[in-house]
Design a protein around this ligand. Structure first.
Ligand SMILES: Cc1ncc(COP(=O)(O)O)c(C=O)c1O
Length: 459
């Protein structure tokens, strides 16, 4: 059974600190004496950057002492230098103008192959108008948490529509998918409970697990034997929650939800599905993974986002009336944060309406993804088969990945390199995403650029 903790996911914290304190002090004492010998010896051989890194490591891991002024002055710069050396440094790129199938970055127009705006709704005129009308009618802010400043009409209207869309009794808005996952998972699981989480789940699920007081078991990615084994051995826990992404955001594969639900029913566990990349994408009507697999009524907790295919911002949990009342009382990331502004709710409402009226957008997205996937495979790239608009091109090395992203940018293609800790070490990749609004010319332009760069780099 695989119980590793990739992506920085940590094992359940057990507080042995008190018991270990005397041992720790003894070790620290001898470390201090040892340190007096090792440090001068090591410093003779190390120079510049390496010397500072060695000292930082020694101070933080072996010889814990308060940071001195010299270390304080260089701490951030050292960390940044270290990230740069390892090819893991991240920078923001400014998009001038709106999010579209092509965008302007640093004065250069490039094709966008790196956005979760799958249906191209983020700059749709109907959403823009709805948001402006709501701002002039209700103002720009919501004033605070809904439990303190009052829930606005538009919040309730959107929740009613979302529950209808997902086919659940109720829905509850959160400020983002991150808030929804962290708040729901930590609210659900207390001492004596266990969360079973896929090893490739999104960071917000990982952080929800970290905040929860229950125990956490990580199962190997989409491995139903591993999940079953953990379920079989976890009968001592009070509540068991299986949590999974529906579409894995960096790999584009879909979780085996029918098997997960079967196992959950067999072992009386609850199931939570993070449908961030399924909502507006999967299913004939874009209702998500539950529609895709025909699992209506069998998943306890659904999370959906409004900021990806729906072109707006925020997120929601859909489920039973009781679940929503529970979260309203217990989810700290809902209780202690300002509610979504009315304009954002109005644009999400407009997106739901457009989706209902024009399901052809979803098939267009699927056609574009299939065309591009087949085109890339035809060029010789190792892109896994799949049904979603997320295509991972795994290159391994972070520097090669970022250099290839830059070479593509020079050819007029914007595709982001994804590195650890977002993905496991040594699996750096280009994450290519397709949109329904990409035209055939844009797709062909993209394929030509990949063909040209690939010849130079990897094919
Ligand atoms: C699978 C998954 N869950 C949750 C989130 C968080 O959603 P949001 O961007 O609304 O915070 C993301 C965001 O990328 C995601 O990919």
């Amino acid at each position: 059974m695989h119980l590793s903790y990739p992506l920085g996911n940590t094992p359940p914290v057990r507080n042995h600190a008190r018991l270990l304190r005397p041992v720790h002090h003894a070790v620290q004492g001898s470390a201090t004496r040892l340190g007096a010998r090792i440090i001068p010896a090591a410093l003779v051989f190390l120079t510049g950057f390496k010397k500072r890194r060695f000292l930082l490591h020694f101070q933080s891991r072996v010889w814990r002492r308060p940071m001195g002024q010299a270390m304080k002055d260089t701490f951030f710069q050292d960390q940044i230098d270290d990230l740069k050396k390892r090819g893991l440094y991240r920078e923001l790129r400014t998009v001038e103008g709106e999010q579209d199938s092509s965008v302007v970055i640093n004065g250069k127009r490039v094709l966008m192959f790196s956005s979760n705006n799958y249906l191209g709704l983020a700059n749709h005129p109907v959403l823009k108008k709805a948001s402006m009308v709501a701002a002039s009618r209700y103002g720009t802010g919501s004033g605070g948490s809904r439990l303190i400043s009052g829930s606005m009409e538009v919040h309730r209207t959107l929740e009613t529509e979302l529950a209808l869309f997902k086919g659940t009794e109720r829905a509850l808005l959160f400020s983002s998918g991150y808030h929804a996952n962290v708040g729901t998972i930590s609210a659900f699981s207390g001492e004596g409970d266990v969360i079973l989480s896929d090893e490739l789940n999104h960071a917000s699920i990982v952080d929800g697990c970290r905040l929860s007081k229950g125990e956490v078991r990580i199962y190997k990615h989409a491995d139903m034997n591993c999940l079953k084994e953990i379920l079989r051995r976890s009968s001592r826990f009070r509540k068991r929650l299986i949590v999974t992404d529906s579409v894995f955001s960096m790999d584009g594969d879909i979780a085996p939800l029918p098997d997960i639900v079967d196992l959950a029913e067999k072992y009386s566990a609850l199931v939570m599905v993070d449908d961030a990349h399924g909502t507006g994408v999967l299913g004939k009507k874009g209702k998500g993974a539950i529609e895709h697999f025909g699992l209506e009524g069998r998943v306890d907790i659904q999370m959906g986002t409004l900021g990806k295919a729906l072109g707006s911002f925020g997120a929601f949990i859909a489920g039973s009336e009781d679940l929503i009342h529970y979260l309203l009382n217990k989810a700290r990331s809902l209780l202690y944060t300002t509610a979504l502004p009315p304009s954002v709710c109005a644009s999400a409402l407009a997106a739901l309406k457009i989706l209902g009226e024009r399901p052809a957008m979803i098939s267009q997205l699927r056609n574009n993804a299939t065309y591009f996937r087949e085109g890339m495979r035809g060029l010789g790239y190792l892109i896994p088969e799949g049904e979603t608009p997320i295509l991972p091109l795994i290159l391994g090395d972070p520097s090669i990945t970022m250099n290839m992203a830059q070479a593509l940018f020079d050819e007029g293609i914007y595709v982001q390199g994804i590195r650890t800790p977002t993905v496991p070490d040594r699996t750096s990749r280009l994450r290519i995403t397709l949109m329904a609004i990409h035209t055939m010319e844009q797709l062909d332009f993209g394929l030509r650029a990949f063909g040209k760069i690939g010849k130079k780099w990897i094919l």
